[in-house]
Design a protein around this ligand. Structure first.
Ligand SMILES: Cc1cc2nc3c(=O)[nH]c(=O)nc-3n(C[C@H](O)[C@H](O)[C@H](O)COP(=O)(O)O)c2cc1C
Length: 191
């Protein structure tokens, strides 16, 4: 075990037939998540007691899973320590965690995580691309902007859009078009 860096590791978290980007907080040897209550991830973690952290580097998948659902056929089943868990198929690595609610606040829950199984599938080299990083940032701000339409978040999204347009490759451009569709549903997602 020990794939994750100290700090917050952005992954696609899978729970029962559900996927969403989430941060796994790794500090002082511990693993945690802070989940906004009401998300499918929060409901499933509370109900089933496990989560899989899928390590992927695909901007389109981050955007798609942040704003919509994947079909049931998108998941692979694994048996881990008595749990039947769901993970994503095309990942560089995955870690299955036993998950327990540690603290409940009004809007969020802190989940304490214990690694059960870690598998590295295909580790790839990722030269830093600011366009990729900005897609992740814009997606984080976008999920929050959809809740509150805060103009400050809109300004941050605009800032990151410009970086994606300057530094991104085709996959980042595709993710940006998808993101714009989710943020402006009149036009609909550009799938
Ligand atoms: C990179 C990234 C990281 C995120 N991290 C978290 C997180 O740590 N906790 C959380 O509650 N939401 C987080 N979100 C927002 C959720 O992904 C978003 O609310 C999603 O719609 C939840 O989907 P679900 O209802 O299928 O669980 C993050 C979004 C992105 C793009």
């Amino acid at each position: 075990m020990g794939l994750f860096q100290e700090g917050i590791n952005e992954v696609i978290a899978t729970t029962w037939l559900n996927a969403a980007p989430m941060g796994i907080i790794h500090r002082d040897g511990t693993y945690r998540m802070v989940l906004f209550r009401g998300s499918h991830t929060a409901i499933n973690v509370e109900r089933w007691g496990w989560v899989v952290a899928n390590v992927v580097h695909d901007p389109v998948l981050f955007v798609r899973t942040a704003f919509s659902d994947l079909p049931d056929s998108a998941y692979v089943e694994e048996q881990v320590e008595g749990f039947l868990v769901h993970r994503l198929p095309e990942v560089e690595a995955w870690i299955a965690f036993d998950a327990a609610v540690e603290h409940r606040a009004r809007e969020s829950m802190t989940i304490s995580l214990s690694p059960m199984k870690e598998v590295t599938v295909t580790p790839l080299v990722h030269p830093v691309n600011r366009g990729y990083n900005s897609i992740i940032e814009a997606a984080v701000h976008g999920t929050r902007w959809l809740w509150n339409h805060d103009p400050a978040l809109k300004a941050l999204i605009d800032h990151h859009r410009a970086i994606v347009q300057r530094c991104g490759g085709p996959r980042e451009m595709e993710a940006l078009a998808l993101l714009e569709g989710y943020l402006n549903p009149v036009k609909g997602p550009a799938t």
